[in-house]
Design a protein around this ligand. Structure first.
Ligand SMILES: Nc1ncnc2c1ncn2[C@@H]1O[C@H](COP(=O)(O)OP(=O)(O)OP(=O)(O)O)[C@@H](O)[C@H]1O
Ligand SMILES: [Mg+2]
Length: 362
């Protein structure tokens, strides 16, 4: 299977510079997700890798082969790059049956009839649609239509599968089901997948490795999902991977206090110097209990969300979110009411410089 290497990639439209020297590497046989906010250049990158657009500068290698090079002007056409693709708006042709949709790339490639039938059947089976070959897309669910698009991307036996937000049109349950299926398919076929999305849950769930990009298209951090989640390189990555709480912590006369200058910070010690710091934590990193040790707070809102109880807790003038597992909270009689005093204990925190408090004011 082929990996992908992007070296110093640049692309602009007029004076709008979308990518300015992007470097990225996708290891062969892995699923790599690229997570970034809307407009950061994910689709543009996919179009450059696929060959629908030419690079301004830099190189793209698929396996050992240079498929695009700004300096020498190399530009391998899309159908010679060994790529399969599924895009956000699953463009299955409404007037063609499942079979004809999936067989389409082979027809274009003038594959002989017997082989075409065999490979199409295999691709349809790979995505779990065997038996539905004669149906039209209008006779399929959204998830089934998405499988057709996936089968069509796989039928040419690509070395690399590019997936650009392929699950956006699906409802939450189906999205979850399909993301496990894409992952299972990728592992079964041993294919290299590059998946771009702005959905952090999908990105974390299916990646072997991933990168987080900021709005200007700059990769902020790459690594395994666990590394990025647990050891974010900066507050952008921290915020982008889930709900983020921040509290200001000051060093006053050798002790640590919250923004009110009075309440003592009660949690893990800072890992950096400075008189004004920010401590970041996720709702699941904090345990809210009635009484006991910890940072004092007041429950402002308690929402029962099924599996979890979600609290808004006011701490020294700042409102933070804390989540507890409902089952445990019920068993231990720890469900807190609105207006109740509580204590917060921290399972883990991230320290940042205080500037992140101003950046995240929105
Ligand atoms: N053909 C084009 N001409 C001019 N500008 C373009 C063109 N294609 C994309 N852009 C601009 O490039 C930027 C990146 O677009 P892109 O579609 O890659 O974003 P994205 O990360 O895929 O966003 P989303 O998550 O919303 O799909 C945007 O500002 C977009 O307006
Ligand atoms: Mg896009």
């Amino acid at each position: 299977m082929a990996g992908v290497r992007i070296e110093g990639l640049a692309k602009a439209y007029g004076d709008h510079r979308v990518h300015t020297g992007l470097d990225l590497e996708v290891v062969p046989g892995q699923c790599f997700t690229l997570l970034g906010p809307s407009g950061c250049g994910k689709t543009v990158l996919m179009r450059l890798i696929a060959g629908f657009e030419a690079v301004d500068a830099g190189r793209i290698l698929i396996g050992e082969r240079v498929v695009a090079d700004g300096a020498s002007g190399v530009h391998v056409p899309p159908d010679e790059r060994g790529i399969g693709m599924v895009f956000q708006d699953y463009a299955v042709w409404p007037h063609m049956t499942v079979f004809d949709n999936v067989a389409y790339p082979l027809r274009i490639g003038r594959v002989a009839a017997a082989e075409l039938a065999e490979r199409t059947r295999a691709a349809v089976e790979q995505v779990g649609l065997a038996g539905l070959e004669a149906r039209l897309p209008s006779q399929l669910s959204g998830g089934q239509q998405q499988r057709v698009a996936l089968a069509r991307a796989l039928v040419s036996r690509p070395e690399l599968l590019l997936l650009d937000e392929p699950l956006n049109n699906l409802d939450a349950n189906l999205r979850e089901e399909m993301r496990f299926e894409i992952k299972a398919l990728q592992e079964r076929l041993g294919i290299t997948v590059l998946y771009v999305t702005h959905d952090q849950e999908i990105a974390l769930a299916i990646a072997d490795r991933m990168a987080v990009m900021d709005a200007s298209g700059r990769p902020r951090q790459s690594g395994t999902p666990a590394e990025l989640f647990d050891r974010p390189a900066d507050d952008f990555v921290f915020r982008f991977l889930g709900i983020a709480n921040f509290l200001e912590v000051r060093r006053v006369d050798g002790s640590l206090r919250l923004a009110d200058g009075r309440t003592p910070w009660a949690g893990p010690a800072p890992d950096r110097p400075g008189d004004r710091l920010a401590v970041g934590f996720r709702p699941g990193d904090v345990v809210a209990s009635r009484g006991g040790e910890g940072l004092p707070g007041v429950v402002r809102r308690a929402s029962f969300l099924g599996a979890q109880v979600d609290y808004l807790v006011e701490v020294a003038g700042t409102t933070i979110r804390a989540a507890v597992d409902s089952g445990r909270a019920f068993r231990e009689g720890r469900v807190l009411a609105e207006g109740e005093d509580c204590r917060l204990a921290f399972l883990g925190v991230q320290w940042f410089d205080a500037g992140v408090l101003d950046a995240g004011a929105a």
